[in-house]
Design a protein around this ligand. Structure first.
Ligand code: CA
Length: 187
């Protein structure tokens, strides 16, 4: 079903929507090209909290030979059918381990690129929480915690070179507890 739906692209320059057939589709506006595919992962939940079941699916998108952008697409039930209303960029070539919903939010367990990775192999494991109703809020999860105001200097779990030293992890945990920054799940 999700492989035969209509999705909009992540590019503001490509206004056309792509209707996938058997999981794949492409749009072309005369100068720009986007290929989309359904990555075979979905989860149901009431993401706009109106009491009716919606879906969130993983789609991949590539534009003109660039890396695959992996996106979380929110499909909202409008009373008749599921309609693609919002996409959230997850990462280039992100590898999805698991997709769950809890309390109307989507939890994505995945591996994303970090500095030093080869192009093909993302190695940083994160578990992020995505909220359809609050897409601009800080993404809560072990990767994005450091963006919270005022804690930035203390908490830097992604130092240059891609390795986190044990003391940084301990320091980070303290900060998380103190500021109650933890998401609904963390590793
Ligand atoms: Ca709903």
């Amino acid at each position: 079903m999700f492989g035969n739906m209509t999705y909009f692209t992540n590019s503001p320059e490509i206004a056309e929507k792509a209707t996938l057939v058997d999981g794949e589709g492409a749009v072309w506006n005369g100068s720009l090209h986007a290929s989309l595919y359904y990555a075979g992962r979905y989860v149901y939940g009431d993401f706009n909290r109106d009491g009716r079941k919606d879906a969130a699916v993983i789609i991949g998108e590539s534009q003109g030979g660039s890396d695959d952008e992996v996106e979380l697409a929110f499909l909202i039930y409008d009373g008749t059918r599921l309609v693609h209303r919002q996409s959230v960029y997850l990462g280039d070539s992100a590898i999805i381990n698991a997709l769950k919903q809890r309390s109307g939010k989507v939890i994505v367990d995945m591996r994303i690129h970090q500095q030093g990775d080869c192009q093909a192999g993302p190695t940083k494991r994160v578990r992020n929480v995505y909220d359809y109703l609050n897409p601009t809020a800080d993404i809560r999860g072990d990767h994005h915690i450091s963006v919270k105001d005022g804690v930035e200097e203390i908490l830097n779990l992604q130092p240059k070179g891609g390795k986190t030293k044990p003391y940084q992890v301990r320091q980070g945990r303290k900060v998380i507890v103190r500021y109650r920054l933890g998401g609904e799940e963390h590793a």
